[in-house]
Design a protein around this ligand. Structure first.
Ligand code: WQD
Length: 326
């Protein structure tokens, strides 16, 4: 009943490791620590290595009698992937293919995959549901779509039970501030606004004020990382109970603008957030938010935390850990 968690020393991975251990599940974390931190695993068994190292994976599966895998390991920034696509296909596609191949013929039956709403690109209809066109607009989103296609074939040909969880904007930190997002590698809005509020960067840049949205700034579906972790735990339980393979949106169903995030950080922190309004970032859709009803019905998953909880938990984390885990 042991679960192998690749990338479990990372942001969403570490929150999921914690949630699984809290319910008594045995876990083994496999992480290169390129972007993750041992401190984030809170003492969970950790093997430093690559999820694409087939021999290592097979030895871990046999040694720890692993029957489920949650695969977080991968690069996650759409903007960066436009600059270095090869790095994203190598780490997100090739390593995933090698991981899946290593599992063939082993005791592993259930596989939860770190998917992404980026597979939708700019949705034609909002909120976006799982039947929407899959038209990624970045190598990152493309790599996540290919990952799902690999899973489909391993499901059809090897009987693997799989679930791809398509995250929207993962944000926030653990409610008790024990773990959170390390800012050293992030390009995401919430930690960058926190940095500006803490005076760790001169200002936060707002990418575009001319979007067709209520305040002109782009709209996203910010989902608390603890709600995401709960979604992974429920997806694993669902698969292990024989649930049908597929993909589910993990979002709140509510959109918030860049300006709303900045205003809430200003209110919660009591600080001025130095802000520069600049042009749009290439590839940014004006608005994306989730239709999460499929996840709610299949997993009985309901996101419990809203934008204020996200900002309050992120502020507690960043204020007490200005340099993250370093
Ligand atoms: C959010 C908004 C920016 C930085 C993320 C993840 C991706 C996927 C989807 C899981 C956008 C604006 C940002 C800044 C800004 N999730 N922004 N100034 O691009 O929505 O994608 O969610 O797979 O992995 O990266 O997230 O945080 O970069 O941007 O104005 O300095 O904030 O334009 O509208 P994004 P983000």
């Amino acid at each position: 009943m042991t679960v192998l968690i690749t990338g479990g020393a990372g942001y969403i991975g570490s929150h999921t490791v914690r949630a699984l251990r809290a319910m008594g599940r045995e876990v083994v974390v496999l992480d290169t620590l390129e972007l993750g931190f041992e401190a984030a695993t809170l003492g969970a068994p950790l093997v430093v290595g690559n999820a694409g190292d087939g021999a290592l994976v097979r030895s871990l599966v046999e040694e720890h009698r692993i029957d489920s895998v949650v695969h977080f390991a991968g690069y996650k920034n759409a903007g960066e992937s436009m600059q270095v696509p090869g790095k994203y296909f190598e780490n997100n596609v090739v390593a995933t293919a090698r991981l899946l191949e290593a599992l063939v013929g082993t005791s592993v039956r259930s596989f939860v995959f770190s998917g992404s709403c980026s597979v939708y690109g700019t949705p034609a209809v909002l909120p976006v549901d799982e039947k929407a066109a899959l038209q990624p607009e970045s190598p990152y989103g493309q790599s996540k779509l290919i990952g799902e296609q690999l899973l489909r074939w391993h499901g059809e040909l090897h009987g693997l039970q799989w679930m791809s969880l398509r995250y929207f904007n993962a944000s926030g930190a653990s409610t008790d501030t024990m773990i959170g997002e390390d800012m050293s590698h992030t390009f995401n809005l919430v930690p960058l606004v926190m940095n500006a509020a803490l005076g760790l960067r001169p200002a936060v840049q707002v990418f575009g004020t001319d979007f067709p949205t209520p305040d002109g700034t782009a709209v996203r579906d910010y989902i608390h990382v603890e709600d995401l972790a709960d979604g992974h735990v429920r997806a694993l339980t669902y698969l292990e109970a024989g649930g049908v393979s597929g993909a589910l949106n993990l979002g709140t169903g509510t959109g918030s603008s860049v300006q709303q995030v900045i205003d809430l950080v200003t209110e919660v922190s009591g600080r001025v957030v130095p802000t520069q309004y600049v042009g749009r970032r290439a590839g940014d859709p004006s608005a994306v938010w989730a239709d999460n009803r499929k996840a709610t019905s299949a997993l009985e998953w309901v996101p419990r935390q809203g934008l204020r909880d996200i900002i309050e938990s992120a502020w507690r984390w960043h204020q007490s850990h200005p340099t993250g885990y370093v």
